[in-house]
Design a protein around this ligand. Structure first.
Ligand code: TRP
Length: 453
């Protein structure tokens, strides 16, 4: 079994390669596109604090657990759950966890790809000088006209899916490890330059206040659920993506340290994005709750106004696209790995089918922004429904089950051996977080949302 496995995956060349790939998965549209707009919609400060707490107390312990499960079995998520339930002598119902992950990944990618397509389109807009000296109104119009066109959105969505599938067919290693190596530092530098611009807008302090000054009266059950769901989303947790990456991680490498680095980098990028964007929002009388178009309606103002903004605009959207690509491949890899390893598909065939199905689903999101904007279920358009279903429900449920499995079902000696922590007390801290704190927190948030608490 180990042999066939090797031929399918290979292993990461080093701990560093795993850090790069997992960071590539974590850092993406979630940090730069989603975090600012949901923070804006949910009133800022208090939401941000809940999100940070969720990363610390729920996200990090579960990320350690998910990596650990993957590395222990060295299989795709479906197989991992089968193998590990058997090892622990547990109920077969645990298998559903692998399945839910495969489905959640495709659902998320279907809308993720549409938004990544927007980033690609904006590379062209930056290049042709569309932002030059444009004011907030013009930039907003540019965005509204763009998303009103289903044809344009479909073209860009298709191009992004195609790029994702090409990388998936060729395997994760060729080029991708290297791309991430340049991407992360580049992204950091650009975000810091944008924060520099934000400081010159005159609304810098107001932006910081919005982002970090908590007004807890703004917290509702749904706000807290969104913050928690985003902690899962931004760290790529709860659906097997990190499990797959963990399965390629060589034995003997410290999982906990590695995870701390990844979560730290991910959080830093999100906070930088927020710090760059909100001053621009207030300086231009925009509304923080502008929704999914927020970064596309704010950052171009900066690129149009600052010296060197033309080049920065191009670079920024190129990097955003690459950041999205390194995430999208982790969303589709679980289903592809499962088709290859369990259904005897060739890698090409698996990629084509998984890609086509996801592309088709993505049309629902494309039309949510134009011809189907009035089609609502439970007061949400298709895009919002998919987002709610995956980020707010499937990922936390998946994460909850991973925590219960790692904390209660898996034998202590197995997790202890796999994590191989530096000290016994480190292990103990993780064990308490994963067995009690994380599952209880998720459970309480759900109770709160359905109004029991
Ligand atoms: N974390 C990525 C982002 O922030 C998105 C992502 C990639 C993801 N793989 C995932 C989200 C798996 C949930 C599960 O953009």
């Amino acid at each position: 079994m180990t042999d066939t496995k090797k031929s399918v995956h290979g292993a990461w060349s080093s701990r560093f390669a795993f850090i790069l790939a997992a960071t590539g998965s974590a850092v993406g549209l979630g940090n730069i596109w989603k975090f600012p707009y949901i923070a804006g919609e949910n009133g800022g400060g208090a939401f941000v604090i809940v999100y940070l707490l969720c990363v610390l107390l729920i996200g990090i312990p579960i990320m350690i657990a998910e990596t650990m499960l993957g590395r222990r079995s060295q299989q795709n998520p479906v197989e991992t759950m089968e193998l590990l339930t058997e090892e622990a002598g547990a109920d077969k119902n645990w298998h559903f966890l692998g399945w839910m992950g495969v489905i959640a990944g495709m659902l998320i990618l279907s809308y993720y790809s549409v938004i990544a397509g927007w980033a690609m389109a904006y590379i062209v807009k930056a290049f042709t000088g569309s932002f030059f000296d444009a004011d907030a109104t013009a930039i907003k119009e540019l965005f509204n006209d763009f998303v009103a066109s289903p044809v344009q959105l479909i073209i860009w969505h298709s191009l992004f899916m195609l790029a994702t599938m090409l990388i998936i067919v060729r395997g994760v290693h060729n080029g991708l490890e290297k791309a991430v190596q340049f991407l992360m530092p580049g992204l950091f530098v650009l975000m810091i330059l944008l924060v520099g611009y934000a400081m010159t807008t005159g609304s810098y302090i107001q932006g910081l206040h919005f982002l970090f000054k908590p007004d807890f009266s703004k917290l509702t059950g749904d706000t807290v659920l969104t913050a928690m769901g985003h902690a899962f989303f931004t760290l790529s947790l709860g659906m097997g993506a990190i499990m797959v990456y963990g399965s390629y991680l060589p034995k003997g490498i410290s999982i906990a340290n590695t995870v701390l680095w990844i979560a730290g980098a991910d959080t830093a990028v999100a906070l930088l994005a927020g710090i760059a964007i909100f001053p621009i929002v207030f300086a231009n009388d925009l509304h923080p709750g502008s929704g999914p178009g927020l970064i596309f309606q704010t950052l171009p103002i900066a690129f149009g106004a600052m010296t060197g903004g033309w080049l920065m605009g191009i670079l920024f959207f190129v990097m955003l696209m690459i950041a999205a690509l390194t995430s999208s491949i982790s969303l589709i890899e679980p289903v592809v790995a499962w088709l290859v390893e369990n259904k005897d598909f060739s890698r090409e065939k698996a990629s084509i089918w998984a890609g086509l199905a996801t592309w088709l689903l993505g049309l629902g999101t494309v039309f949510s922004f134009n011809i189907w904007s009035d089609v609502k279920f439970f007061d949400r358009n298709i895009f919002e429904l998919l987002d709610y279903l995956t980020a707010n429900l499937m990922l936390p449920i998946g994460g909850f089950c991973i925590a219960v499995f790692a904390g209660w079902i898996m034998k202590r000696q197995h997790s202890e051996q796999e994590l191989n922590m530096a000290t016994a007390s480190n292990y103990q801290v993780w064990k308490i977080l994963i067995s009690y704190v994380a599952p209880l927190a998720v459970f309480l948030v759900f109770l709160h949302v359905i109004g029991v608490l």
